[in-house]
Design a protein. Structure first.
Length: 353
């Protein structure tokens, strides 16, 4: 008898430059490589989408990424399904009563629940203990394919030119000649502009450091607008902050090139599930300076695989230290690269899915 081939529906936010989109595409790729899966179809589950799915019969099972966004589309799912915690669901949406109820119903109906780190399973058990069967939880550490960046071959996008472009876009042409007299010292924050990323947390302190002590250092925020109101607030706040610049999102390969040319990659989020950008920086051998929150601290071990900060002043101190100590930068980046390779294996993640 010929073996039946499974047809899988994958529901996730597919907005570009978001962690959920990166994860969804990676999981879909793993499933498509499996010999016993005939079809993997990805559909967008956005923050405001609630349209009912009417063609369940086309599929054999479903995977939903984000317990609220995908979960609400699965409340009437007649198929076996798994849910993957995305980050804002278990860190932010649990504080909203209506969203909490949707997630409770979806998790109760699910067959499996995937978390990226043990502490998320512990948190879920604390929230839903006695309601959601604990045997459903599965730990699958996310992996990251090594970004393709050849430093020796040169870059198709040059960091100095990128900073000039951003200064000119911000109508700060006078700063191009006065400050870009040598290779800029750039701290890059790749993220979509939305409140949970807390983009403005570091900008005032960094701007003061830039103005008083390090005029060739720049704080570059790069990514799409995911919340128009918040984006406008960011633009208004950084307009008069010297040394703080914004760039719209670029293609992933170009982002990796800019990250590879930076002094450090930054994460200032209020919460994280597990940041793909942090893993990408590790694989690129670029030092990390990240906010001391649970999702970041599960990856970055202070002064071993990166740096953790609690407040803007501590961040500036670490930025200055890293700028002035090349051997420290190199050793931290190498340790992070080895950690990511050891603990976030593509082969292991593919096997578990």
């Amino acid at each position: 008898k010929e073996k039946e081939m499974a047809r899988v529906l994958l529901l996730s936010s597919l907005s570009p430059s978001t962690g959920n989109n990166v994860t969804a595409n990676r999981v879909a790729e793993f499933l498509r490589e499996a010999e016993d899966i005939a079809l993997v179809e990805c559909r967008h589950a956005s923050a405001d989408s609630s349209a009912a799915i009417t063609d369940w019969q086309r599929f054999d099972c479903c995977i939903g990424l984000h317990a609220f966004r995908a979960g609400r589309l699965l409340l009437d799912c007649p198929l076996p399904f798994a849910l993957i915690f995305g980050g804002t669901d278990i860190n932010e949406n649990i504080h909203d009563a209506a969203k909490h109820k949707v997630m409770t119903d979806a998790l109760t109906r699910s067959n499996f629940i995937v978390a990226f780190r043990p502490s998320l399973i512990e948190k879920a058990i604390n929230v839903w203990g006695g309601v959601v069967d604990e045997s459903k939880y599965r730990l699958i550490a996310p992996s990251i394919k090594k970004p393709v960046v050849d430093r020796e071959a040169g870059f198709s996008v040059d960091m100095t030119e990128k900073i000039k472009e951003c200064l000119q876009r911000a109508k700060r042409n006078e700063e191009v000649e006065s400050k870009l007299i040598s290779k800029p010292n750039v701290f890059i924050l790749p993220c979509g502009l939305r409140p949970v990323k807390d983009v403005l947390f570091l900008t005032q302190a960094f701007s003061e450091w830039h103005s008083k002590h390090s005029p060739n250092s720049f704080f570059l925020v790069i990514g799409p607008s995911l919340d128009p109101v918040y984006t406008q607030t960011v633009f208004e706040q950084i307009a008069n902050l010297e040394g703080v610049l914004y760039s719209p999102s670029v293609e992933q390969n170009l982002l990796h090139e800019l990250m590879a040319q930076s002094t450090a990659v930054i994460n200032s989020s209020l919460s994280e599930g597990l940041s793909n950008v942090v893993l990408e920086a590790m694989m690129l051998k670029v030092p990390l300076i990240v906010r001391n929150i649970e999702g970041n601290a599960s990856l970055v071990h202070h002064r071993k695989t990166g740096f953790l900060f609690d407040d803007p002043q501590q961040f500036v101190q670490l930025a200055e230290e890293l700028s002035n100590d090349k051997s420290l930068s190199d050793s931290i980046a190498q340790a992070a690269f080895e950690y990511a390779n050891q603990h976030h294996s593509v082969a292991q993640e593919r096997h578990l899915y």
